[in-house]
Write a protein that binds this ligand. Structure first.
Ligand code: HGY
Ligand code: MN
Ligand code: MN
Length: 422
């Protein structure tokens, strides 16, 4: 195998330009990106991504849930490809880097291989996984979960957004409902580059996070059934106020998470009052809730304590509270050999680094269940993400992409690299 330890680097400006060029698809006035999965902006970025991959010599395939696979041929096409990539959908108040960095760095790694005339032994596959964010359609990391066999394709195709639109019809609307069966395409490994979305790397002035674990996640859908009544005539002791009840549930989630801190977090991110009116005591509302922890036993405790808390609140307030678990993703332990390849590439390139657990969920966390997988993190400004202020430096994005490139070459094997001076 050829030696590529020399000065093989990605094209930093080309990667940075690609990140900012795609940010225009769903650009928000505050400098963020709103590109909900399977919407018009997602179609725009998918079309851009497909054209760019084809221009880089890849053959692009799309599966039944819209996940895109761009194959760069290797010398031995009988070998399973090394898969690299992430997602291009964003949160409603998303940024330019979450998911985008990993997907475009994978494209840039292929472009850099092309520039250097590198032929790898195994093929390479750049992936764009559908609906990683889970904001429009639940669950998060939806397509990679289906790929890993956690859901049937039909189950996911039938999932609906808040307007009752199904995944199937949204895929048809943007023309990305592929013929390929979900999970049919196999890989030898999956490596995902992502911004940390937390403060540790920046605080410790580390350039690279070698990700060896990922937090577990539990998602809930909650409803509170009280009794709508007149705001002026209903005496306080007789009220069955769904919104006042909800305020106790919010504080209970926060308190339960804090009691298990620092290895637990809890959030209520959505609430909808049915038929809200300023002079009606709220009768019915629905909400979301989630817990996360690196430990499965802690997740069990969080779940148990939440159920007990809502039972107590409901009894005291004479209302009905249902908190239904709709998704549980166990904590991830990434593959030591792939983690080792990431660490080896990082050392070879001389970047400062630390091992780190991912607080966020990622497609790699699902794929780790069906193939060897690992992740690479780079810092983001003030650890901010899922916010239009999300930011990262060109130098850190470049470093992460270089680690991705060299990890990929180590896993795929290099047959020839004529344009690299050793
Ligand atoms: O929710 C998550 O952790 C991911 O960012 N979708
Ligand atoms: Mn992401
Ligand atoms: Mn995200």
């Amino acid at each position: 195998m050829a030696n590529t330890k020399s000065n093989l680097q990605i094209d930093s400006a080309r990667l940075w330009n690609a990140i900012h060029e795609t940010a225009k698809f769903g650009a928000t006035p505050k400098g963020g990106v709103r590109r909900l999965t399977l919407g018009a902006e997602d179609k725009q970025v998918r079309d851009w991504f497909r054209d760019a991959c084809e221009a880089a010599g890849c053959e692009v395939h799309v599966d039944a849930l819209g996940t895109m696979f761009a194959i760069r041929p290797g010398r031995d096409m009988s070998k399973l490809p090394v898969a690299i990539g992430s997602h291009l959908d964003t949160q409603p108040t998303g940024g330019k880097f979450d998911g985008v960095l990993g997907t475009l760095a994978a494209l840039e790694a292929v472009r850099a291989m092309n520039d250097a005339g590198i032929e790898t032994d195994a093929p390479i596959c750049i992936c764009n996984w559908t609906n990683e964010e889970g904001s429009r359609f639940a669950p998060a990391m939806m397509a990679s979960a289906a790929y890993a066999g956690e859901y049937t394709t039909d189950d996911i195709l039938g999932r609906k957004d808040a307007d009752g639109v199904t995944v199937a019809s949204a895929l048809d609307t943007i023309g990305y409902r592929g013929a390929e069966a979900v999970g049919a395409r196999r890989f030898s490994a999956f490596v995902e580059l992502h911004i940390e979305q937390g403060p540790l790397l920046e605080a410790e002035e580390k350039t690279i996070g070698v990700v060896d674990r990922g937090q577990g996640i539990i998602w809930y859908n909650g409803t509170i059934a009280g009794f709508a009544s007149h705001a002026g005539t209903t005496p306080m002791p007789l009220r069955r106020d769904a919104l006042a009840t909800f305020s106790e549930v919010v504080l209970a989630v926060e308190k339960i998470a804090k009691t298990h801190g620092p290895h637990a977090v809890g959030t209520i991110g959505e609430v909808t009052i049915e038929n809200p009116s300023r002079n009606v005591v709220a009768g019915d509302l629905k909400f979301s809730a989630e817990f996360r922890s690196p430990e499965s036993a802690t997740m069990d405790a969080l779940h148990r304590e939440l159920q007990n808390a809502v039972k107590d609140i409901a009894a005291r307030r004479n209302v009905e509270i249902v908190v239904e678990q709709i998704w549980r993703k166990e904590p991830t332990v990434f593959n030591t050999q792939i983690v080792g390849a990431v660490e080896g590439a990082t050392k070879q390139l001389g970047y400062s680094y630390r091992h780190i657990t991912s607080g966020a969920g990622h497609d790699a966390c699902n794929l780790a269940g069906v193939m060897p997988a690992a992740m690479i993190f780079v810092p983001c400004k003030d650890g901010i993400s899922h916010n239009e202020l999300e930011d990262a430096t060109q130098a850190d994005c470049t470093a992460g992409a270089n680690v991705l490139l060299h990890t990929t070459l180590a896993l795929a094997g290099v047959v020839s690299a004529p344009k690299i001076n050793s």
